[in-house]
Write a protein that binds this ligand. Structure first.
Ligand SMILES: [Zn+2]
Length: 140
């Protein structure tokens, strides 16, 4: 249950942040989740809602954005998005069906894709981590 540990770390961050900033009530927290992660957004929300009461964040709303990964070619230094390699991903889907491996294992991405600019396989995937983008508090 990866979702529960993510929800817990978001809440832990809120606890630290609120005590550091002397904030009592947090209205909303906005997080970004990579589209390639296997996280179930509904389960994540549910986990957050169940845990938040224990940490006096009962009134805190969780907003989840889906973040597209950014690829970087180590060979020519270009960066590109999923859209730029859409035709390559379509091909992979055709070969593997809907449960295509990119979705299942983000770490496999460089093995299946080539840089659209130079054709290199030396590709890194960024924005694979979950980030807290915004914390909204009640203005006093
Ligand atoms: Zn390249």
């Amino acid at each position: 249950m990866h979702e529960w540990s993510v929800a817990e770390s978001v809440i832990r961050t809120l606890v630290q942040w609120s005590s550091k900033n002397r904030v009592i009530e947090i209205k909303k927290v906005v997080i970004s989740v990579p589209s390639f992660s296997m996280l179930d957004v509904d389960v994540l929300r549910e986990a957050f809602d169940m845990m938040k009461g224990e940490y006096s964040f009962s009134g805190t709303l969780l907003e989840i954005n889906i973040k597209e990964p950014v690829f970087k070619c180590e060979n020519c230094d270009s960066t590109f998005s999923v859209n730029d390699v859409g035709d390559q991903i379509e091909k992979i889907k055709l070969n593997f069906g809907e449960e295509y491996p990119l979705h299942l294992m983000p770490a496999l991405v460089p093995a299946f894709l080539v840089c659209p600019y130079c054709g290199s396989h030396d590709i890194e995937v960024s924005s694979q981590s979950i980030t807290i983008d915004k914390i909204e508090v009640e203005k006093s």
